[in-house]
Design a protein. Structure first.
Length: 98
């Protein structure tokens, strides 16, 4: 499993509500950068942009409303991910769908 995915899963290990908005926005920004230009990730990248904007503006309710869609898109992308990352991406998708 790649390091970025491991760090994200570790950050979420205490649950979504345990993250502060600044840390979450930074993590989301990293994923946005990683996935920009990846074929098939366009919708996911769009969700990440909206999530980062919501987090930076302090709209935590808006950010929370985006998570299920983000989880669904993560699950779709997992099907095309390297084998080593599939299980972690499925775990992340489940956490986001909450």
């Amino acid at each position: 499993m790649n390091e970025q995915l491991q760090q994200t899963l570790q950050a979420l290990s205490g649950g979504l509500t345990s993250l502060d908005a600044s840390t979450a926005a930074s993590n989301v920004g990293g994923w946005h950068q990683t996935l920009s230009g990846v074929p098939g990730a366009e919708t996911l990248v769009g969700h990440l942009e909206k999530l980062q904007t919501a987090l930076k503006s302090g709209d935590l309710a808006g950010a929370a409303a985006l998570l299920p869609g983000l989880g669904s898109e993560t699950e779709k992308l997992a099907a095309h991910a390297p084998e080593a990352d599939k299980a972690g991406l499925h775990q992340l998708a489940t956490a986001l769908k909450g």
